[in-house]
Design a protein around this ligand. Structure first.
Ligand code: 0X9
Ligand code: ZN
Length: 425
């Protein structure tokens, strides 16, 4: 057994080679000038902010070995407060993996039927689960794969409906893993499937609504974040610019056709917020976009599930102005947050609700929720699930069950309110 464990750990350790020598720092700018200065460094030093700082609120940034001196010199010359977060990012990721692996070893014997929620699932398990649910509940579940990803993986979602969307009930759409590294979003969406068809405790949700559940919008990136770079965020396309092979991928949440590439993007293709060569350049974006187009007249709520930060965010995120649905967006957002906070058994931060730009203190363009709202989906949100630990994306699997359960409590409340407010659209 010991030998097996050592082998497993060794295999796991080999995984984070790309992060060899990387360090991460807390940075806490105290003025907008300092914040801007940090922003201007991103393309030059290929910085990866895993938490964006705002004025007087620290963020966390990953810094590659060749740029660490320049980075620290800049912080010193600009007198930007900072302190070390991880001396050795690879070692930190290895340690996180080791903890997870030990936890998994303890639980090997408690395997449950179907999808299990004591670990983050590999893509093949997720595809198998979607297939199984669709064939076992074929009267209400249709599996749809309209296209394949850049690397030819199925872009698969489920349509769940009592009458195959025929009578035109209000539609609710949830998606996950638009950003590859946000693993906790995937079980959140598959759990919604489970609660709609396998373990139904809220039968009204299928009586009243038709559902679209798309657990992994970005399968290439998701797989890559398991195999090579845990912190991968974008797609894996290589056809967007001349440096395609060196710096792959596009940020799907900057790639929708809503004031595309006007703010909160980086034109440098190595950047994590590269918006692509044009709106909808990515097949993954186009598949989500086609869902909006097909169902926009009936779609009452869209939840794009991301991590992390415990936030419910709504449009407009490109400039912080409010839409004429702001009152409904805020009211339903608060009710969802209340339900999540009330359900929460873990001491996660309480949810914050508000306009995306105002809560985050940064702008984005080309995001899916803004796009959905711009074409008439009244309740369009980004849900940032909780994060915890040395790196909020690497949420220990012991938190999967509490997070999916509390989030489902929010979805239930949001859906019912969406039906009450907009069901007769
Ligand atoms: O930056 C993003 O795309 C989202 N945060 S994440 O850490 N998951 O990457 C926030 C999106 C905020 N913009 C909108 N709500 N449109
Ligand atoms: Zn995200």
């Amino acid at each position: 057994m010991k030998v097996l464990l050592v082998c497993l750990f060794a295999a796991v350790y080999a995984k984070h080679e790309v992060y060899l020598g990387w360090k991460s720092f807390y940075v806490k700018p105290s003025s907008h000038d300092q914040l801007k200065g940090l922003g201007s460094l991103i393309p030059k030093l290929e910085l990866d902010f895993i938490i964006k700082p705002t004025v007087d609120r620290e963020g966390i940034v990953l810094v590659r070995p060749p740029y660490q001196d320049d980075f620290l010199n800049f912080l010193a010359s600009e007198k930007i407060e900072h302190w070390i977060h991880a001396e050795d990012v690879k070692a930190q990721l290895d340690k996180d993996d080791q903890m997870i692996e030990e936890y998994m070893q303890e639980r090997r014997s408690t395997k449950t039927e179907g999808m299990s929620y004591d670990r983050y699932q590999q893509l093949d398990i997720i595809y198998k689960y979607l297939d199984t649910v669709a064939s076992k509940y074929s009267d209400i579940v249709k599996i749809v794969t309209p296209a394949t990803s850049f690397e030819n993986r199925p872009l698969t979602y489920l349509k769940i409906s009592k009458d195959n969307f025929k009578s035109g009930k209000p539609v609710i759409f949830l998606d996950g893993a638009m950003h590859a590294r946000e693993w906790i979003t995937v079980p959140t969406v598959t759990y919604a499937i489970h609660k709609l068809v396998e373990n139904v405790t809220e039968p009204d949700l299928l009586d009243r609504f038709d559902w679209i559940l798309f657990p992994v919008v970005n399968p290439d990136g998701y797989q890559h974040s398991f195999d090579r770079e845990r912190m991968w965020r974008k797609t894996r396309s290589t056809d967007q610019h001349s440096m395609g092979r060196i710096c792959r991928g596009v940020d799907i949440n900057r790639n929708f056709d809503f004031v595309w590439n006007t703010t909160g993007t980086e034109s440098h293709p190595c950047s994590d917020i590269f918006p692509g060569s044009k709106a909808l350049s990515e097949v993954e974006t186009r598949v989500v976009n086609a869902i909006f187009t097909e169902h926009k007249d009936k779609m009452v709520m869209y939840l794009s599930v991301h991590s992390f930060g415990s936030m419910i965010l709504y449009p407009w995120s490109n400039n912080g102005t409010l839409s004429d649905r702001a009152f409904a967006l805020h009211t339903v957002g608060i009710r969802m947050a209340d339900a999540i906070n009330a359900f929460s058994v873990i001491n996660f931060p309480r949810y914050r609700v508000g306009n995306s730009a105002l809560v985050l203190d940064y702008f984005t363009s080309g995001s899916s929720d803004d796009y959905a709202h711009s074409i008439g989906v009244p309740l369009a949100y980004t849900l940032e699930l909780p994060g915890r630990g040395s790196n909020g994306f690497v949420l220990h699997p012991r938190y999967i069950k509490p997070v999916i359960a509390e989030t489902w409590a929010g979805v239930v409340v949001g859906a019912r309110m969406a039906g009450d407010l907009f069901g007769s659209r």
